[in-house]
Ligand binder design. Structure first.
Ligand SMILES: Cc1ncc(C[n+]2csc(CCOP(=O)(O)OP(=O)(O)O)c2C)c(N)n1
Length: 340
């Protein structure tokens, strides 16, 4: 009993030591679990033929929520990529916002239903629209961070990419420029070891993407992406450095891709079953749930309550988006061709 109490106290010290309240970690859990539930619903909708395409953030939620929690979510910027569903939720997008994008409805804040699903954006929440070529978001983020520095706004910009995207020239250019100018940007790499079917060893000759940061003159850290608190801690230090004018940090979160690359992919064709099963044991949602249980913040009653709430939120978002009006075909060229 004494040992158990001691163990509980040590574990509890973790989020408290990090300066997070009980309410903070419960809200973080809610965000992770909501992201997962929305993502799972999206697959069901796709398989039912109601939406065209899904690309998943399952397995990446811990890294995204951890790092986003370390930002000033009203003041700072996010330049997401297609797996950033949980980061967008953490930044303030709603379940309805995300579903409206999937159903390509006029009210979709990302693009008014004009972009592919998972091209998240929300101008009012300072979430920038993304392009489809992987890695380009790093350049956009650097542009925002450069503007913030010139204008002395104190804003920080967070962006993220998969490890495969770090092979792109854009990625290296962004890293170089940000290092030279000590820009207030937090670079994340969500390393799930696969770029569609290509394993990491065929994408790069190093084990950790993070080591490359040294070549651009700023720190790179590796963090366990299944541990939301470790990601928060890394994010907090990166945001502190950025805000203090010390420049960028590269956070490489080792995450798992719990699904196929997208709804167009069958990972059984190239990924050993044992690998997929091992990935499940590093599911950030399960790891975080276990932590909250250990510190006495989550019991069966509260778990049921949270998940019932989430279920209702996902049902509402689905029904709302499905009923929402389509964009007017007469506006199909808006934001595509000059209209002046
Ligand atoms: C420049 C470019 N090349 C190829 C593609 C096709 N593509 C889309 S996602 C992807 C894999 C990217 O892998 P990674 O960056 O590791 O991210 P992950 O999907 O694993 O999260 C590829 C090759 C693209 N969108 N853009």
């Amino acid at each position: 009993m004494v040992d158990r109490d001691r163990q509980t106290a040590t574990v509890q010290a973790r989020h408290v030591t990090l300066g997070l309240s009980d309410d903070d970690v419960l809200r973080m859990y809610h965000t992770l679990a909501l992201a997962r539930a929305l993502d799972e619903r999206m697959w069901v909708l796709q398989r039912a033929g109601l939406v065209p395409f899904v690309i998943s953030g399952q397995g990446h939620e811990g890294a995204q929520v951890g790092v986003m929690w370390a930002t000033d979510r009203a003041r700072d910027w996010l330049v997401p990529f297609y797996r950033s569903l949980a980061a967008c939720l953490a930044k303030g997008m709603s379940a309805r916002d995300l579903m409206l994008g999937l159903f390509a409805r006029a009210e979709d804040p990302s693009s008014g239903g004009r972009q592919m699903p998972a091209h998240w954006a929300h101008p009012r929440l300072k979430i920038l629209s993304t392009s489809s070529p992987v890695g380009t978001q790093y350049l956009h983020a650097v542009g925002i961070a450069y503007a913030a520095k010139l204008r002395k706004t104190g804003e920080v910009c967070v962006t993220s990419v998969g490890e495969g995207g770090t092979s792109q020239g854009d990625w290296h250019e962004a890293m170089n420029f940000a290092g030279i100018h000590k820009l207030p940007v937090v670079f994340m790499v969500e390393n799930n070891r696969y770029a569609i079917s290509v394993p990491q060893r065929l994408q790069m000759a190093v084990d950790d993407v993070a080591v490359r940061a040294a070549g651009y003159g700023f720190p790179g850290v590796v963090v366990d992406g299944s541990d939301v608190l470790a990601c928060y801690e890394a994010g907090r230090e990166a945001v502190r450095r950025a805000r203090a004018g010390e420049g960028p940090t590269l956070i490489e979160a080792k995450v798992e891709r719990l699904t196929a690359h997208s709804s167009e992919d069958r990972q059984e064709k190239y990924r050993p079953t044992a690998d997929v099963e091992a990935a499940r044991s590093r599911d950030p949602l399960v790891v975080f749930k276990h932590y909250l249980e250990q510190v006495g913040l989550l019991d069966e009653r509260r778990y049921t309550e949270i998940h019932a709430q989430i279920r209702a939120e996902v049902d509402d978002a689905t029904a709302y988006a499905e009923r929402a009006p389509w964009p007017d075909p007469a506006t199909v060229t808006r934001h595509v061709y000059y209209e002046g």
